[in-house]
Design a protein around this ligand. Structure first.
Ligand SMILES: O=C(O)CCC(=O)C(=O)O
Length: 467
């Protein structure tokens, strides 16, 4: 057991000859490899029992032998003696072994603050070259890596979602694929959506430029009328969490009506910003409208059903630029980039920069919850069903719970929320109810429904979020 180690400690499995004990005062053995996300997650999959040995019995350590106190003892020793990456890997593995210990208690008990501030770099230049560059874009703070590995541990597999080709002439088959995707997952990808790769790249670049401005500049455009900047922790999508808020910052851009109240950064600071965002809004709205007509077909309705209903008269169509910081305050229990939530409206079209982090939970009431990764596909947009569509379809189509976990890297994404005209009444569709399956929700005006949802999640003044 760990407290019987008497001067011996476990090291990274790559360096450990089988069944060898390493004296604590030995110099760090780790010559760091180019490490990647895969290596980071490998910390989690390798169990302490594979490479931790007792000097008393020379028997492999059994995970079940570890108590929380024993693990803490070992980690306190390790914090003083190991280099950060080795320490981090043992911390991560030990946490895995101590099933009963809460993750946050490690942070409060261990005095390893300075260590956690160190940046894990590529210490040994022999580990990377031009042809084998480091796979992480920048050095990463070890506490961020740890946060990432905690989240990796919570994840299991990547979700295989259908890819819908919006340019297909076979609209009925496409609608059937969408129906299956909405019943099974509430999520799917779209390709050939009419947004050129160049525009997708540009919108992410311009978004990054905005979020790189000093916070005082960004605050000059603080959210008003549901348009503008929201800072970190200003919103908590899962109000049941004790954390102070979600770590993302964001910027809302609303519909392009004549008297729209959008706020724009100064042309001097960001000359192409407004034109890029306006072009994106126009194109993504057009793609979203195509998806809505396919959804109507998928529900055995006329393609223009939602138009005729008035849902798309003056749709509440908002772009939300999102920036998730690399860092996560590890003293905050359960801080997410975006905590668990479902979207409120009809559908969301999401563009990401390829950095992972988005996860879905298909069975929200099943415990323990299973969270699955939604990988990005270059050039594709991710589409998900929102609560309003779930109400319309009497829960035939799922509005799936999702969240963004820290990825150990900065992440940028652009959500486009396509929600019904504010006066549209959302009421169970006839094709989705019967005597044996009556409507589950009463009819509701679109903006009343949305407003109530914003009221619950905004940590700042709700007036700023009014539509
Ligand atoms: O950034 C993402 O990947 C997801 C964003 C999201 O879930 C939201 O804004 O509702």
């Amino acid at each position: 057991m760990l407290q019987r180690m008497n001067g011996y400690t476990n090291v990274h499995p790559m360096q450990l000859p089988s069944r060898t004990a390493i004296p604590l005062n030995a110099p760090p053995l780790l010559s760091c490899r180019c490490f990647s996300r895969t290596t980071a997650s490998a910390f989690n999959t390798s169990s302490i029992q594979q490479h931790s040995r007792t000097n008393a019995s020379d028997e492999p350590q059994k995970a079940s032998d570890l108590t929380f106190q024993q693990a803490i003892q070992s980690l306190q020793v390790g914090a003083k003696t190991m280099n950060p990456l080795t320490y981090l890997s043992s911390l991560s593995r030990t946490m895995e072994c101590c099933k009963n210990a809460s993750e946050s208690s490690f942070f409060t008990i261990l005095d390893h603050r300075c260590l956690m501030e160190q940046r894990v770099k590529f210490w040994d230049s022999s580990c990377c070259s031009k042809s084998c560059p480091p796979s992480l874009r920048q050095p990463i703070r070890s506490k961020t890596l740890l946060a990432h590995s905690i989240n990796q541990r919570k994840m299991s597999q990547a979700l295989q979602l259908p890819i819908i080709d919006l340019s297909s002439d076979d609209r009925l088959s496409t609608a059937n694929l969408i129906r299956q995707a909405c019943v099974d997952h509430g999520f799917f990808y779209i390709v050939n959506h009419g947004l050129e790769e160049e525009l997708l790249k540009k919108v992410l670049e311009q978004s990054k430029m905005f979020f790189s401005l000093p916070v005082e500049e960004k605050m000059k455009l603080a959210v008003k009328n549901h348009r503008g900047y929201t800072g970190m922790y200003q919103e908590k999508l899962d109000p049941s969490l004790s954390a102070k808020g979600d770590s993302k910052e964001s910027f809302y851009i609303g519909p392009q009506t004549e008297n729209h109240l959008n706020q724009w950064p100064s042309e001097e600071d960001l000359p192409s910003w407004r034109s890029t965002m306006e072009a994106y809004h126009k194109k993504v709205l057009s793609a979203g409208t195509k998806v809505i007509s396919l959804i109507a077909l998928a529900l055995n309705l006329d393609e223009d059903f939602f138009e005729k209903l008035g849902a798309l008269n003056d749709p509440l169509a908002f772009i939300r630029l999102l920036h998730y910081p690399e860092d996560m305050d590890s003293t905050e229990e359960e801080t997410y980039g975006a905590s668990a939530h479902s979207d409120y409206g009809m559908i969301t079209l999401l563009l990401t920069d390829g950095v992972p982090g988005l996860q879905v939970c298909r069975e929200k009431s099943k415990q323990p919850q299973l969270w699955e990764d939604v990988p990005s596909i270059s050039g594709a947009l991710i589409v998900n069903i929102g609560d309003m569509m779930e109400r319309w379809t009497n829960c035939l189509f799922r509005s799936t719970l999702h969240r963004v976990v820290p990825a150990g890297e900065e992440r940028y994404s652009v959500a486009f929320f396509l929600d019904a005209d504010k006066d549209c009444i959302v009421e169970c569709l006839e094709s989705c109810c019967s005597e044996s399956c009556p409507p589950r929700f009463p009819p509701i005006r679109s903006s009343d429904y949305l407003q109530e949802r914003f009221r619950v999640t905004a940590t700042a003044s709700i007036e700023d979020y009014l539509l």
